[in-house]
Write a protein that binds this ligand. Structure first.
Ligand code: CS2
Length: 508
């Protein structure tokens, strides 16, 4: 006999949750939406939504979250069916800490353009976003949601969604199009403009959002663009917490231990950090009371985090995929990969980092390696490799450029970049096909096919993708040769052995 499905988490079943699970320490019935969040995925639920719960406990106000998804996943079957409630689990080794989050009070999911309710739901989302009660708009829409060219940070006017939005400004399909429409409606109605807070791992995330929204405005209505350039407030932030995609096993484990089914469950690590640019004149939730740092210049924090935390992830995730390792913690549990991660950051990245107020970088690196080794986090190497074309500039190419300028070593970074090239070409050293999920996949897979196993051809063609690599690296013969050498090694042997021999050659 199989166990019956436990009842669904929601307002009516909260009492069933074990008493040990922490509940919101404020009156949830009085909470109304004041934050619009675009892109409700696992990361948002485990980061900004938790900070917001803390802020509401510290200083209650009209700062509930209205979650809007313009893309999958459909929130109506998860959070929508649970009155917005969900639990977040923090795991470290054997330790699990669970908490019920109450800050998400309303959700809207816009179905695909072929769905009969698409137009009406999009209108509902735009109307909700234009309410005067919404004072803050936060975003986690992934790197590619900004529709920018990774190498330059400028809006990609050839992007299919941007072309759609230029032709249909009042029924946008892209994130910049949605934000622009919302801002236009607010200006038309005389409603104050909200703070726009990007929370993605995009370089200068707020400024990138600004360029995308204003770039689109210039193509649709230059006067609107000029006005927004003067009046809209786009804030840069640094966000940090490792939150892998929730797995069915996580939901089942929660259900069997609590006897409540939570389809909105998220699992993350205890560590969290949020640094926000301090430049908005209007009011905001009391996130500073929850530990968020408000600073004048986010850039040093962002560079540190993207080059150390995300840098290790992106230097190693493709090498992990090439080695058949499923989770990042499996990669980091291997002494060879762990030594390679530390060595690359210490010798190649740290010498060129800006000073970051209040942060001891060697201690930060040690803590980062510990976080990435946490075996309770099932963070797939394939998940981190997804959309690598949008990630490697800030995580690997910028540290490489800094090392080249300073004349410091860079061979570890080159192995990571070679790992991305080998992975993006769609095959590992044994010829096994690899799943490549990336906006540039068509191009990189075609390069893989056409290069016929010749490393120099593969590297030459990959570096010619200027949307990812710009123009400087393909013009640098020495870098091309060193990258070709690294790719040739990865074509011939398992990635782990390539890394092992590299470490041995350095030690010898
Ligand atoms: C990861 C990040 O999938 C990815 O791109 O590198 O989500 C990473 O785990 C977070 O940025 C950590 O703060």
């Amino acid at each position: 006999m199989t166990n019956p499905t436990p009842p669904r988490l929601g307002p009516a079943t909260l009492d069933r949750l074990p008493a040990a699970i922490r509940r919101p320490g404020y009156d949830r019935a009085r909470l109304t939406p004041g934050i619009l969040h675009l892109g409700v995925g696992a990361f948002h639920r485990c980061h900004q939504a938790e900070y917001t719960d803390d802020a509401l406990e510290a200083a209650f106000g009209p700062w509930g979250i209205l979650g809007v998804n313009l893309r999958a996943p459909d929130l109506s079957t998860s959070l929508g069916a649970q009155g917005g409630y969900y639990c977040r689990e923090l795991r470290e080794g054997e330790q699990v800490e669970r908490r019920l989050i109450g800050s998400m009070v309303e959700t809207i999911s816009v179905p695909g353009a072929n769905d009969a309710s698409h137009a009406a739901t999009l209108e509902r989302a735009l109307a909700a976003a234009s309410r005067a009660s919404i004072g803050v708009v936060t975003l986690t829409v992934t790197e590619k949601g900004y529709c920018h060219i990774p190498a330059t940070g400028e809006l990609d006017l050839d992007h299919p969604d941007i072309r759609h939005d230029i032709a249909n400004p009042s029924a946008p399909s892209s994130v910049p199009g949605f934000v622009l429409r919302m801002m236009a409606r607010r200006l038309e109605a005389g409603t104050p403009l909200p703070a726009l807070i990007s929370c993605d791992n995009v370089p200068d995330n707020g400024s990138t959002l600004r360029r995308s929204v204003l770039g689109l405005a210039q193509a649709i209505d230059p006067a609107l663009g000029d006005r927004l350039a003067r009046e809209a407030c786009f804030l840069n932030t640094m966000v940090d917490r490792i939150v892998p995609a929730t797995r069915p096993e996580d939901i089942d484990g929660f259900a069997s231990q609590t006897d409540v089914l939570d389809m909105g469950l998220v699992v993350g690590e205890p560590f969290r950090m949020w640094v926000i640019e301090n430049r908005f004149a209007g009011s905001m939730p009391a996130w500073e009371k929850a530990g968020a740092l408000f600073v004048d210049d986010v850039a040093p924090y962002e560079i540190l985090k993207m080059r150390v935390v995300n840098g290790i992830q992106s230097n190693l995730c493709q090498l992990g995929v090439l080695s058949g390792l499923e989770f990042m913690s499996d990669v980091m549990a291997d002494g060879i990969f762990r030594a390679f991660a530390r060595r690359t950051i210490e010798r190649e990245v740290m010498p060129n980092l800006p000073a970051v107020h209040g942060i001891d970088v060697p201690a930060y690196l040690t803590e980062t390696i510990k976080r990435l080794t946490n075996p309770a986090l099932k963070h797939r190497t394939l998940q981190i490799s997804t959309d690598g074309s949008q990630k490697i500039k800030q995580r690997l190419l910028e540290p490489l450029r800094a090392a080249l300028r300073a004349g410091t070593p860079c061979d570890g970074l080159l192995i990571g970049i070679a790992g991305w090239m080998q992975y993006a070409s769609g095959r590992d050293s044994s010829g096994r096909k690899l799943p490549v999920d990336d906006p540039f996949a068509q191009r990189t897979l075609a390069i893989g096919e056409a290069s016929g196993g010749d490393a120099a051809t593969l590297v030459g063609k990959m570096l010619e993708i200027d949307g990812i690599f710009g123009f400087d690296l393909s013009a640098d013969a020495a870098i091309k040769a060193r990258l070709s050498d690294a790719v040739a090694r990865l074509m011939q042997r398992p990635a782990r052995l390539v890394v092992r021999d590299f470490l041995a050659s350095e030690a010898g």
